[in-house]
Design a protein around this ligand. Structure first.
Ligand SMILES: CC(C)(COP(=O)(O)OP(=O)(O)OC[C@H]1O[C@@H](n2cnc3c(N)ncnc32)[C@H](O)[C@@H]1OP(=O)(O)O)[C@@H](O)C(=O)NCCC(=O)NCCS
Length: 505
């Protein structure tokens, strides 16, 4: 039987290299050409191809298979009778590899996650977030000297410009923290013209030291912007970064320091947060990372790219699920209500948030680690009462045929929201706690994409289903355009009605 890894289309870097070598010279060709071209090839190499017949023309094509993938450009060589090349249609990229990458490996069938080859379990136990950030961006764990340099550079780039602080202060008191972080990181690009390809030259990021500086600065300032978004919401003054070498500790310091002389966050809470940061640092081509690569392909500056990625993560389908889990658990409220809730899930009137994953068809390895962090945090701050509902919900779901048949297991979001709640974070702040560490992953993919030999502007095609050419229609004979409605009332609609009721004399 085929290995499950291969079955799912996931290959290790070594396997990828071996396959690259074996396929380096193969091309898509008409079958009669293949026969002669393949005469000198080994039986193994010949096997690594796909032969298809286009029934519109009767022609047969042989396409090389590379890493269990066919190249879309080879598919294009299959021609319709009109001469148009065949395209693939895949909204949501359900079956499309958009890039080659060496950063993150996931085997969803087996529940495996590795950064640069290192199992997530080992990194969570032995590493630190900044070490993992270095590993993701630079490909290897740092030596002691490299670690000290990297930590120092990141922690010395935690201050943000005073004008940016002013900008953050100008948000409404109830602005969503993700909106604040997204806008502020985008605005950062305007403060660093030397790192803006539009001003400093399209190839400016080929200069490795300039590129590395943006990594240090983006990582350092992201935690500060995140902390300031929190402080702004609760009406407290911004706290300058501490001189700590520890990333999570400094973040907690900026969140919590009041009039203390020498404030030190709880070291075990800082470690718990650091491990959560490790677990959230990268997850290959998720929507926000794909957005990072997409934007990078246009050549725009790294801060605008990060702003776009934060926007993608802000979406409730992506970074907002942990918040939804907490709301769901609050609604269930008590263990006695679980059976009725599960019935609702099975008859599709409800969804069990924090369960199921596009890639994992097994226990998400991060969820397992997060359960242990939850215990650690509860031992310091007291038990979050909803944990009992969560544990029982998991137990019932994992023994129910509906969930077993569909391979639905807890994902990373099932327990993380409860930890954030126990730590006192407001629910709309949860995606920010995801944004801080994922910045490391985004930067790693940005870094890799700049050096990618296949680096082209990302520009998909479409299947056009609109009108054919038609003549301009005069206004008096036009049909009404559909979907044009009166605007729905906003919060100030009563106020505007009152104003309209008045007179301008
Ligand atoms: C993550 C998620 C969007 C993946 O979606 P997907 O890969 O498109 O999976 P599908 O929606 O095709 O699900 C396959 C089947 O499982 C069911 N299913 C998937 N997740 C489910 C959930 N959380 N609760 C109940 N049923 C679920 C679907 O209804 C579908 O059932 P069907 O075959 O009877 O139609 C989905 O599992 C989900 O919505 N989970 C809850 C939200 C969440 O926790 N998101 C965070 C992800 S890290």
């Amino acid at each position: 039987m085929q290995d499950a890894t291969e079955e799912m289309g996931f290959v290790s870097t070594q396997e990828l290299r071996a396959m690259e070598q074996s396929n380096a010279t193969t091309q898509v060709v008409l079958k009669q050409n293949v026969v002669s071209a393949n005469d000198n090839k080994s039986a193994e190499e010949k096997k690594n191809t796909l032969t298809v017949t286009d029934n519109r023309t009767g022609k047969q094509y042989t396409l090389p298979i590379f890493a269990n993938t066919v190249d879309g450009n080879d598919v294009f060589k299959i021609k319709a009778p009109t001469g148009a090349g065949l395209r693939t249609y895949d909204p949501g990229y359900l079956n499309t590899c958009s890039t080659r990458s060496k950063i993150c490996f996931i085997d969803g069938a087996k529940g495996i996650l590795r950064y640069r080859g290192y199992p997530i379990e080992q990194l969570a136990e032995k590493s630190t977030f900044l070490e993992v950030a270095f590993l993701l961006v630079h490909g290897e764990l740092p030596t002691a000297q490299q670690a000290s340099y990297f930590n120092n550079r990141v922690m010395r780039h935690t201050y943000i410009h005073e004008e940016l602080k002013k900008m953050m202060r100008s948000f409404r008191y109830d602005a969503h923290p993700m909106g604040m972080v997204m806008s502020t990181v985008s605005a950062m690009g305007t403060f660093h013209p030397e790192a803006n390809p539009s001003l400093a030259g399209q190839d400016c990021y080929k200069d490795i030291s300039l590129r590395n500086k943006q990594v240090h600065r983006a990582l350092g300032t992201m935690s500060t912007m995140a902390a300031y978004a929190y402080r702004h919401r609760i009406g407290r003054p911004f706290v300058d970064p501490s001189n700590s070498e520890n990333y999570a500790e400094n973040f907690l310091y900026m969140l919590d320091r009041l009039n203390h002389k020498n404030f030190k966050p709880h070291p075990r809470l800082a470690r718990a947060l650091d491990v959560l940061f490790i677990l959230h640092a990268d997850h290959e081509q998720n929507a926000s990372t794909a957005a990072m690569r997409h934007l990078t392909s246009t050549g725009v500056d790294v801060y605008s790219c990060l702003g776009g990625s934060v926007a993608a993560l802000y979406g409730p389908r992506h970074g907002g699920a942990n918040e939804a889990v907490v709301r769901m658990l609050e609604e269930i409220g008590d263990i006695s209500n679980i059976p009725a809730f599960i019935e609702g899930v099975k008859n599709k009137t409800r969804r069990l948030m924090g369960f199921g994953h596009r890639v994992y068809k097994n226990y998400d390895p991060r969820a397992r680690i997060i359960r242990t962090i939850a215990e650690e945090v509860f031992s310091i701050l007291g038990k979050e009462p909803l944990i009992e509902v969560a544990v029982e919900l998991e137990r019932i779901a994992l023994s129910d045929k509906y969930f077993i048949d569909r391979k639905l297991y807890p994902n990373v979001d099932f327990y993380s929201g409860l930890i954030y709640k126990a730590m006192g974070f407001p629910t709309d702040y949860f995606p920010v706690l995801f944004t801080i560490p994922r910045t490391a992953g985004w930067l790693a993919h940005w870094y890799e994409f700049i050096d990618d030999k296949d680096n082209r502007i990302v520009r998909p095609f479409q299947i056009y289903e609109g009108y054919g050419a038609r003549d301009y229609v005069a206004e008096n004979v036009r049909a009404k355009a559909p979907q044009v409605t009166a605007e729905i009332g906003s919060a100030s609609s009563a106020e505007s009605k009152r104003r309209s009721a008045g007179k301008d004399e």
